[in-house]
Design a protein around this ligand. Structure first.
Ligand code: GAR
Length: 209
């Protein structure tokens, strides 16, 4: 049984880490009070997100995704999570799909931020800029972001929070990506992390129970 109190959070990243930065800033601003960002894990040794973590004094671990089989990668992930007594995993721009073998160990303990209103423009192959290119190509007038629990279906777990963003005339995929981040992702991700951390700290359950 986990003692009631602060939930230890691991943030998984692959790139620039602006969502990680939003979480770090939210913890400093007192928006996240029930959770502590305790570890940042990257599958990409060159991710700028690692520099953001180091600047904030957060421990980092690199598990190079390209050099390992999925199984070996996930075994290392699990070891790292156990060593660091992690209660909650947040995928913040993490571009590697996790297998059912991994996700089933952590029901309602993995969150993901996705840059569209799920169930539109999501699932395998929809990540990063591609999501916004597809939204513009389809011609939707409203897009946004979603934070959801992660299960075995890519972008298929229960939705926690969503926020809509109206598409402007003459928008490019790049400008839309920036606005969706600023107006939706960086707002709902910290809120969802606080909601779930509060739930976990009240339940007082160990991860995987
Ligand atoms: C964000 O827009 C995030 O929603 C998206 O990648 C970007 C990462 O930016 N994630 C996905 O598309 C996952 N399917 P960041 O590294 O600056 O947070």
């Amino acid at each position: 049984m986990k003692e009631k109190g602060t939930v230890r959070i691991a943030v998984f990243v692959s790139g620039g880490g602006t969502n990680l930065q939003a979480l770090i800033d939210a913890e400093r601003a007192g928006i996240i009070t029930h959770g502590k960002i305790s570890l940042v894990v990257s599958n990409n040794p060159n991710a700028y997100a690692l520099t953001r973590a180091e600047n904030a004094g957060i421990d980092t671990v690199i598990i190079p995704g390209k050099e390992l089989t999925q199984d070996a990668f996930e075994t290392k992930l699990i070891e790292t999570l156990e060593e660091n007594k992690i209660d909650l995993i947040v995928l913040a721009g993490f571009m590697k799909i996790l297998s059912h073998n991994f996700t089933r160990r952590y029901p309602e303990r993995i969150l993901n931020v996705h840059p569209s209103l799920i169930p539109s423009f999501c699932g395998k192959g929809f990540y990063g800029l591609k999501v916004h290119e597809e939204a513009l190509r389809y011609g939707v007038k409203v897009t946004g972001a979603t934070v959801h629990y992660v299960n075995e279906i890519p972008d298929g777990g229960e939705i926690i929070l969503q926020k809509a963003v109206a598409i402007k005339k003459g928008e490019t995929a790049e400008s839309l990506q920036q606005r969706v981040m600023r107006q939706a992702e960086w707002i709902i991700l910290p809120k969802a992390v606080e909601l779930v951390s509060k739930k976990i700290s009240t339940e007082g359950k160990e991860i995987g129970q």
